[in-house]
Design a protein around this ligand. Structure first.
Ligand code: GLU
Length: 561
């Protein structure tokens, strides 16, 4: 690939200037070019003139401007320090890892699609499977018919695919009811569980005063017969439950003889059964039988881990290694499944991928990449301390992923048509990517008039239209007048003129940019039509994913700056 010497000088001199806070010596930069690209040796004089121009320009910039320019032209150079951190990114070792590695699981309930909170458990467990080898089980915990909607199964699988987890097998708890029944019977037979037919309020009164309920002293035969009645449909919903004998005088009331099974009459999508295990029972049976070695889950499960300990002990099984990470609050977007569902039903949100929601499909629609979510979650780690999820960090991670691939375009919000007096007709040549010339250019034909963003024109005597020329803004009898003011970048810099985006008359495509705060209407370049489903950078506005392209225009979802 042939190099553009001006761009080469720019990048290397800027890198030096950013690192050492002064402009480098011309000889050093020139030597670098000649060393790397000997084909320029015969054009030393010409190269030297170009370099001097570049150095002069960099000299006139503030340190912040230099950083900004370098970030635009070669973000990877600016991010090298961060890059090192990325490479070192890692989590603490797990205890008791065997020679075959680990068996981990991700166990969502299909009550809706996955959201950013789920991504933490999903990626932390995934991390260790990748680190140690082994298996990663996706377990769909669909034992509550009231919360399972048909579309949820498909959505979870799509979300898993998007996350890119290293899943080795998928199990559905609704396929495993007979297994749960078998182990329930074992507990009843060993006298460690009983069928309780007390009214739940009556049981609670007894439990809170550390008293046994009458069912606790039934014989094994009586319990088995009642269990069979539960299964054959004799009891209606709420009339009977199976309880494990943990002790009615335990200090924590939540640990006392808690429930293992219940009757649910709401039809289930995948089974005709009416008797379903409670989470603490099915989780123990599955974790053990599926050979789960390590479980990473939230602190809100600490009490469950304790409850599950009783079941492990009665069945004579040893527990996996448990790690409980701290709570993660996620501000800004809606996460509660109930609130999302109601909002969608009421028409407040357009669907599960509405821009206001914290579902993975909503953030994907905004151009956030799965790898950025993964990196954020690994950075947050498995610590027990409660933290607030930082969207800013996620956006910074995402920028690292998309910046090198996103093509650059002009989007002009609130466009105003400007006739530029005395301006020559020219074709501006703008990089598709400032750091990768091989990707090509956008050619923008200026012929007398252009569209500019209204808010950039107020109260400035001069603007520079990026990659085009400078324009003076005057006033004649209360009317704004635009006049061509040459092409000198130095002059624009000296006057601190804003360098702004623009569009020629021939390039106007309607574009709506949606953000969680509202929508911006404007115009963009024709080439954006070829970027459907891709993330682009609207120069000076930010990164956005092109969501739809039609005859009436383009709809883009704003990601971040
Ligand atoms: N399905 C449970 C949940 O989503 C996970 C159970 C567990 O991690 O043990 O909360």
């Amino acid at each position: 690939m042939s190099v553009d010497p001006k761009q080469f000088f720019y990048i290397h001199a800027l890198e030096n200037a950013v690192e050492h806070e002064n402009v480098p010596k011309a000889g050093a930069v020139l030597g670098l070019l000649m060393g790397k690209h000997p084909e320029f040796r015969s054009r030393a004089k010409e190269m030297s003139a170009i370099l001097n121009e570049v150095l002069q320009e960099i000299d006139g910039m503030t340190p912040a401007e230099r950083r900004e320019k370098l970030a635009e032209m070669a973000p990877e150079l600016l991010d090298q320090k961060k890059e090192k951190k990325t490479k070192e990114r890692g989590l603490r070792d797990l205890k008791n890892v065997g020679k075959d590695g680990v068996v981990m699981r991700f166990a969502p309930n299909p009550s809706g699609p996955l959201h950013i909170g789920h991504a933490r458990a999903a990626y932390l467990n995934d991390y260790y499977v990748r680190k140690y080898g082994g298996r990663y089980v996706l377990r769909i915990e669909d034992t509550d018919a009231r919360r399972v909607q048909p579309e949820n199964y498909g959505m979870i699988l799509e979300d898993i695919e998007w996350l890119g987890l290293k899943i080795s097998e998928i199990v559905y708890q609704s396929d495993r009811l007979d297994i749960y029944y078998t182990y329930c019977r074992k507990l009843l037979e060993s006298g460690n569980a009983y069928v309780c037919t007390c009214d739940s309020a009556a049981f609670k009164l007894l439990k809170d005063s550390k008293k046994e309920c009458p069912c606790r002293n039934q014989t094994v035969e009586e319990n088995i017969s009642l269990w069979e009645k539960m299964l054959d449909g004799t009891f209606p919903e709420g009339a009977a439950t199976v309880r494990v004998k943990t002790g009615v005088d335990l200090p924590d009331p939540a640990m006392r003889d808690f429930s293992l099974f219940r009757i649910v009459e709401t039809p289930h999508l995948r089974t005709d059964a009416r008797v379903f295990p409670m989470m603490n029972f099915s989780v123990v049976i599955d974790d053990h039988l599926l050979g789960i070695t390590h479980v990473i889950r939230g602190k809100d499960h600490i009490a469950n881990t304790k409850r599950q300990g009783f079941i492990y002990d009665y069945l004579g099984w040893s527990q996996p290694e448990f790690y409980h990470y701290g709570r993660m609050s996620v501000g800004g977007l809606v996460l509660s499944t109930t609130a999302m569902k109601e909002g969608i039903r009421a028409g407040k949100y357009t669907g599960w991928d509405d821009i206001h929601l914290g579902t993975l499909r909503a953030i994907a629609r905004r151009g956030i990449q799965a790898d950025a979510v993964r990196n954020s979650m690994i950075d947050i780690g498995v610590g027990q301390t409660d933290i607030a999820f930082s969207w800013e960090n996620l956006f910074a991670e995402n920028k690292q992923v998309i910046d090198p691939v996103a093509n650059r375009y002009f989007f002009v919000p609130n466009p105003v048509k400007c006739e530029i007096k005395k301006a020559p007709a020219v074709t501006a040549k703008a990089f598709l990517h400032p750091n990768d010339e091989a990707r090509g250019y956008r050619m923008l034909d200026f012929k007398g008039t252009l569209y500019a963003p209204e808010e950039e024109l107020a109260d400035v005597p001069m603007v520079r239209f990026k990659d085009l020329f400078n324009v003076r803004i005057g006033d004649t009898n209360g009317e704004r007048v635009f006049e061509y003011a040459g092409t000198s970048l130095e002059e624009a810099r000296k006057e601190k003129s804003p360098i702004i985006q623009w569009l020629p008359e021939s390039e106007k495509v309607k574009c709506i940019l949606l953000t969680p705060e509202g929508k911006q209407e404007g115009l963009c370049e024709i080439l954006v039509r070829d970027e459907l489903d891709k993330v682009v950078q609207f120069e000076r506005v930010g990164f956005a994913r092109i969501d739809s392209v039609s005859d009436s225009g383009i709809v883009a979802y704003f990601a971040h700056r």
